[in-house]
Design a protein around this ligand. Structure first.
Ligand code: FMN
Length: 215
C-alpha cells in the first residue's frame, strides 16, 4: 500500500490490517538466544545505521530469538533486562507484526504470544517498505506499570526506555548483518485499535527489521 493511500485512510480512521498470510500459532517458542559471539561492540557501533530497503524473506527462528533477546530479553537472575527502565518498571511491551499475526514478546518465557491473527505490518507505519519487510516491532508503554513514576514523567521515561531497546536492536542488526530503522511516523490509533490495546497502553514507536535488499 502506498504512503499516500495510508495517509488518506489514516485521516479517515480507516487504516486496517491485511488478512493473515498463513496460519498463526498461538505461541511461538523461541530457541535459546545465542548470548556469545557477534561483532565486537565498537565494530557494531561503527556499522550501525538506518536502512529502508528490505528483502521479504523471514528471519530464521534463531535470528528472531537473538533479536528479541538482544532487544529486551531477560539477561540475569532476578528478571533484569537487556535495556534499562526507570525504577525497573519494565513498562515497555514489544509487539512483533509478522505476516500471519501480531505477537507480544513474553521475555520471561522467551516466547511470542499471539495477540491477533492478522497481518499488521502495513499499519505499523506510513512508509511503504513496512508492508513487505518480514517483521515490524511495535513499542508500547503500559502506564499501569509506572505507578511509582510521577505522571508528568511517564511518557518521557517510557520513550527513553524504548529508545534503549531500539538501540539494542540497531546494534544486534549491525552485528548480524540485518537492516533496521526505528520509526515515529506511524498511525498510533490504528495500531492500538488493531492490537486491542486498553486506554492506558500507549503506542510509542515502530521498528522494521529484515535482510537488506541492497537497493
Ligand atoms: C525518534 C526517531 C524517530 C524516527 N522516525 C523515523 C521514521 O518515521 N521513518 C524513518 O524512515 N526514519 C525514522 N527515524 C530514523 C532517522 O531518520 C535516522 O536515524 C536518521 O536519519 C539518522 O540516520 P542513521 O540512523 O542511519 O544514523 C527516526 C529516528 C528517531 C530517533
Amino acid at each position: 500500500m502506498s504512503t499516500l493511500t495510508k495517509l488518506a485512510l489514516g485521516l479517515m480512521g480507516h487504516l486496517r490490517p491485511a488478512p493473515p498470510l498463513g496460519d498463526a500459532t498461538r505461541t511461538i517458542a523461541l530457541p535459546p538466544a545465542d548470548r556469545t559471539g557477534g561483532l565486537p561492540l565498537m565494530a557494531a557501533l561503527a556499522a550501525r545505521h538506518s536502512s529502508r530497503a528490505f528483502l521479504p524473506q523471514a528471519l530464521s527462528p534463531q535470528q528472531l530469538s537473538d533479536l528479541l533477546w538482544a532487544a529486551w530479553g531477560v539477561n540475569r537472575d532476578g528478571g533484569g533486562r537487556t535495556a534499562p527502565s526507570a525504577l525497573d518498571a519494565q513498562e515497555i511491551d514489544l509487539y512483533v507484526a509478522l505476516p500471519a499475526g501480531a505477537y507480544r514478546y513474553d521475555a520471561p518465557s522467551h516466547a511470542l504470544q499471539l495477540v491477533v491473527a492478522q497481518d499488521l505490518r502495513r499499519i505499523t507505519g506510513y512508509q511503504d517498505f513496512v508492508d513487505q519487510a518480514p517483521l515490524d516491532l511495535v513499542f508500547v508503554a503500559d502506564h499501569t506499570r509506572m505507578s511509582l513514576v510521577p505522571v508528568a514523567q511517564r511518557e518521557s521515561y517510557a520513550s527513553v526506555a524504548a529508545g534503549a531497546i531500539a538501540q539494542n536492536v540497531y546494534l544486534w542488526c549491525a552485528s548480524a548483518g540485518l537492516a533496521t530503522v526505528i520509526r515515529a511516523w506511524i498511525d498510533r490509533q490504528a495500531i492500538a485499535d488493531a492490537l486491542g490495546l486498553p486506554h492506558d497502553h500507549q503506542v510509542l514507536l515502530s521498528q522494521t527489521v529484515g535482510l537488506p535488499s541492497g537497493t
